[in-house]
Every structure is written in structure tokens, then in C-alpha cells.
Design a protein around this ligand. Sequence first.
Ligand SMILES: Nc1ncnc2c1ncn2[C@@H]1O[C@H](COP(=O)(O)O)[C@@H](O)[C@H]1OP(=O)(O)O
Ligand SMILES: [Mg+2]
Ligand SMILES: [Mg+2]
Ligand SMILES: [Mg+2]
Length: 343
Amino acid sequence: MSVSAPVIIRLLASSVSVASRAGKIVRDVMSKGELGIVEKGKDDYQTEADRSAERCIIDSLSRQYPKARIIGEEDSSPNENEVSPEWIVLDADKEVLGLECPASLKGVKEEDIVVWVDPLDGTSEYTQGALMLKRDPWERWKMYLSHPFISMKWYLSLLQSNFGFLEHVTVLIGISVNDKPVGGVIHQPYFKNQAGSEVKMGRTIWGLSEAGVGGFTPAPPPESIIITTTRSHSNPVVEKALQVMNAAQILRVGGAGYKLLEGKASVYVFASPGCKKWDTCAPEAVLSAAGGKLTDILGNFYKYGANEPKPNKTGVLAAVNDELHSYALNRIPQDLKDALANK
Ligand SMILES: Nc1ncnc2c1ncn2[C@@H]1O[C@H](COP(=O)(O)O)[C@@H](O)[C@H]1OP(=O)(O)O
Ligand SMILES: [Mg+2]
Ligand SMILES: [Mg+2]
Ligand SMILES: [Mg+2]
């Protein structure tokens, strides 16, 4: 790797490479079928894929950037014996390495950086996707019975969804400096790239403040207001904030990363706690590098320093540009904003 490139560029390039490897781990765990689901809290689950992908990312990055602070959702403490050597990725994406570093980021030191890692965003959709890979209806029913958190309504909607919701799953690596997300990687393990008759799985998107985005072409915003929101963590306040938007359509999809990428919506509204710093750091970096804005429901930016609280207590409001962000912010009633702020 070019040691002359500024550390932000090198770290972003390393993150692009390791995110793809983590995506392969996510697919491999699914293919094996042993998900190892652990309940961390209400509506909050972890699988073998979350744990292994996190070890792959944190071990790979911390070996190369020991002075950066790296925080992962799953809190898996490094244990040399358990890390498979194939999970250590030391190469770096060539396209990102060749980027011109913005002047404001050239002087950033490794110790100034905080990295927020969500090894698998969209865990609900991932576990539900596993059901759909069971072709035998009896096997599928038995697996459903071992997923006590999937309601019958969801099970029926899954049966209609054909491939389940695996496409909503992403791997998120967000890079912050001075509390601000400046670089982000969003990898989609289940994105299908059609090359002739061959299908290659996986796509990686990156964004760097003042430099732009790569790995995809941001679509122009739809002409009418299309909102995206949670499909698995809704409640009456979340619904109230959606009703006031006067939207032409509401798309309910899983994961924080996928909502920002989907391209079909222009605003993301989630008036509830639940998302954490690792859910929003990478998406905020990519969105803002593409000209968008992500704040809480009150219009304040979250801070991404290592000692900041992890939960995004006051929800998420994101839009593809400032104008739509202001529109959505002004529509949310003050009493709803106050209720979230005082929770
Ligand atoms: N109540 C919650 N408990 C735990 N995680 C949540 C909660 N609400 C949101 N999240 C996280 O934010 C992501 C986006 O939310 P949603 O899919 O509901 O729109 C989820 O995929 C989940 O990330 P993760 O899957 O990494 O645990
Ligand atoms: Mg989780
Ligand atoms: Mg997440
Ligand atoms: Mg996660």
C-alpha cells in the first residue's frame, strides 16, 4: 500500500477491501444455515455472521491502524486464537488509494480518528431471509417455530416476498474526525451484479467528504416525495411522524444503510430511539458526500466522538438535499420533537 497517501485515504481504502470480505462471511454463514441467534434485547438480535464479520473488520483495521479508535456494534473482544487468518485483510482498494485527499483532511492523524463498525446492518431481515432459503415448506415451518420473534403476519409477508429481505442487509464502516463522519463504506453482500449470464454477488459504495462518492451513481431524487422508514421497529410515534409528511409513498425497508442507498426514496424518517452511532456514521458520510443531510428529528447533527453516547436517542431524519431535509423537519410537530427530546 502507498504509505505516502494521507491516513484518511488509506483507512477508507482498507475499509472498502475489508467490507467485501465481511460481506462474504455474511453470505457463508447463511449458506451453512447455522445462524447462532442470540437475543441481546427487545427486537435486538445477533447472529454468527454479526460476530464473525465484526472480528474480521476490527482485527484487520486495528492491525493496520492501531492508534485509531475502532468501535463495533457487537463488542466482540479480540482474541487472537479465534480469528481465522483468512479473515485478516491487509490490502486496500486501488481506486480509493488514488483519490486526491481534500485539503481539510490531509493533516488528520491516526489518533484523531474514530471508526464506527456495524458488521451486519439489517439483522432482522437477515434472520428472516434464512427462512426463505428453506425450500422445503416443512423445514421452513420448523425454522419459523425456532424464530419466536417473527410474528405470523411477518411470516406470511415473507412467504410473499420470494427472496426474503436479504437485499436490505449491509456492512457499514464509518470514519469520523472531530465528531463528524467524513468517510463511509456501505457494502451490500446480496447485491446482484449481472455480468452476461453470470451473477456476481456484492457491491461496495464509499463516500469521502469534499471528494464525492464511488461504487454507484446516485439517482436523481423522485419528483414526488417518497419516504423510507423502518419495517421492523415501528411504533405509534414513528407512524405519526410519517403521516404528517404528506408523502406520495412510504417504503418500509430494513437496515439503516439500505435506506440511504435504495435510490427510490428522498427522505428517511425514523422518529424513535433504536438506531446507534454505527448505524448512521457510514450512511451519513456517504449521504453528505453526495449532497444530502442526516440529523436527528430535531434537526441537530449527531456527534461521533468515542465518548459520545451510542444510541441515537432522538431518531433519524435524512434527505438527499437540504431543501427536502428542511421540508421534512418543518412538518414534524413540535410536540413530537419535544416528546423524543425528553424521553
Ligand atoms: N429498537 C432497535 N433495537 C436494536 N437495533 C435497532 C432498533 N431500531 C433500529 N435498530 C438498528 O437500526 C437499523 C435500522 O433500523 P430499521 O431496520 O428498523 O429501519 C436496524 O437494522 C438495526 O441495526 P442492526 O440490524 O445492525 O442491529
Ligand atoms: Mg444489531
Ligand atoms: Mg445496524
Ligand atoms: Mg448490526
